[in-house]
Design a binder for this molecule. Structure first.
Ligand SMILES: [Zn+2]
Ligand SMILES: [Zn+2]
Length: 443
């Protein structure tokens, strides 16, 4: 019976059944979609819980009228590199390496990219394996000309040679600028490392000239005092970067503080809890600090001896409980922990332990995690990376390649098979298309 006491007609019953069916199907679809999202991005759900829970159901749900069987979804909770305009007041941070010195497919070693609404971009550390992630962001290499190295462990600058020399064939024509700390001795400083890096790649460098416009192979090194406390090491275009000492390895490790547009980004690189980080990171919008695997997991998962696990996990590095303590004093808008193998079984343990000492917003970073930061909001997503990456065009007009490399010896020269009947058509093809008359010679 209907509420007004009249019985339903057959059509009304069919419509009612159809309506119920629709609700059931829609419900099932919602469960499936929700299951897919949770299954696809478990980290978003667990790692950015604080942010997600502050959004009301009305804010969270897209308007049903925006859905269509033929149009794209109205909203993607994913960052597709190269598809979003950064707003003038916005900061975007992308994790390009969050793991350990021994890199693995899921996690490269330390590297965070900071992009600002004024167009400036900064790389903080460039650890082993991170170049691959950087390239996946599809940013022209000329825009990626500023690298800040926190210390000279391989997991914090191991991909610099690849980025530096590989970048020259990805159309970088601007010198690469490097900032890094001095050491207690000259040979522990960044300048020494950069000089030796260029010596180490002497053969590579000798082969490059004469083939391509190699202006992007120039290095500009800025070494600063590792003992500087909140000293300005960079001040351009409204962006100020300071360094503070870090407690890690031996003397010569530092952390960085970037300030722009009233926002503060702190990158700890590697450090044990220390007074400088506590004092100068206070109230940061984003505070990144290492958060190592609990010592017990270093024994059971990484097969360290107990004494190794304690030394590495609580003295050389920062345990989750220590990370939480630091963040409870710094009180950032978003704390970011990194530098451990972040998996389905390790992450809950790390989270439980840091929650003993910290109850504020936190992300446990994995590679390709993205934070969009404004004064009002911090949005946390994962980036979807393509595998088939090609370079962007050069941002400057290319100049003809200068000079030649060390010429081949007569011995090697005598071994070259020119095959003119093969080479000439290749040259003719290019010269015909581009109106040129190039006849490259073996050097
Ligand atoms: Zn280190
Ligand atoms: Zn490290």
């Amino acid at each position: 019976m209907k509420p007004d006491g009249k019985s339903r007609t057959r059509e009304e019953n069919i419509m009612k059944k159809q309506h119920h069916m629709f609700i059931i199907i829609a419900g099932l679809m919602l469960v499936l979609v929700a299951g897919f999202v949770v299954g696809r991005h478990p980290k978003l759900v667990t790692q950015a819980t604080d942010h997600i829970l502050t959004v009301s159901p009305a804010e969270a749900a897209p308007n049903a009228s925006e859905f269509s069987p033929t149009k794209p979804l109205p909203e993607f909770d994913v960052y597709y590199p190269g598809t979003e305009e950064l707003q003038p007041d916005e900061m975007r941070i992308v994790a390009c390496g969050t793991g350990m010195p021994s890199v693995r497919p899921k996690q490269a070693a330390a590297c965070f990219l900071v992009e600002l609404g004024n167009g400036d971009k900064f790389l903080f550390d460039i650890g082993s394996g991170s170049h691959e992630r950087i390239s996946a962001l599809k940013i022209p290499y000329d825009y990626l000309d500023k690298v800040f190295i926190g210390h000279l462990h391989v997991d914090h600058y191991g991909d610099l040679p690849s980025f530096w020399l590989g970048g020259t064939v990805m159309n970088r024509l601007t010198p690469l600028r490097i900032w890094g700390p001095s050491g207690e001795k000259a040979e522990y400083g960044t300048q020494y490392a950069m000089d030796r890096m260029q010596e180490m790649y002497a053969w590579d460098l000798a082969t490059r000239s004469g083939f391509i416009d190699f202006r992007g192979g120039a290095l500009e090194v800025h070494e600063f005092d590792y003992k500087g406390v909140n000293d300005v090491i960079y001040d351009e275009n409204g962006v100020v970067i300071r360094s503070i000492p870090a407690v890690h390895g031996i003397d010569g490790a530092v952390s960085f503080i970037l300030e722009w547009n009233g926002m503060k980004f702190v990158y700890g690189s590697d450090t044990a809890p220390n007074k400088w980080y506590l004092e100068h990171s206070k109230g940061a919008d984003i505070a990144i600090h290492e958060c190592f695997l609990p010592s017990v997991l270093l024994v059971t998962k990484q097969f360290f001896a107990p004494i190794e696990a304690l030394r590495v996990g609580s003295i050389a590095h920062t345990s989750p409980e220590q990370f939480g303590k630091v963040m409870s004093l710094v009180k950032p808008r978003m704390a970011i922990g990194y530098h451990f193998y972040n998996d389905f079984d390790t992450q809950p343990e790390v989270m439980d332990r840091l929650r003993k000492t910290y109850d504020g917003p936190v992300s446990l970073a994995v590679d390709y995690m993205v934070w969009n930061v404004t004064k009002d909001d911090i949005r946390v997503r994962m980036a979807a990376a393509d595998e088939e990456i090609w370079p962007s065009p050069a941002l400057k007009e290319k100049q003809p390649p200068e000079g030649t490399s060390d010429a081949f010896s007569e011995f090697i020269n005598s071994g070259f098979e020119a095959f003119p009947e093969v080479l000439n058509p290749i040259w003719d093809e290019i010269n015909k298309i581009y109106g040129t008359d190039h006849k490259p010679e073996l050097k």
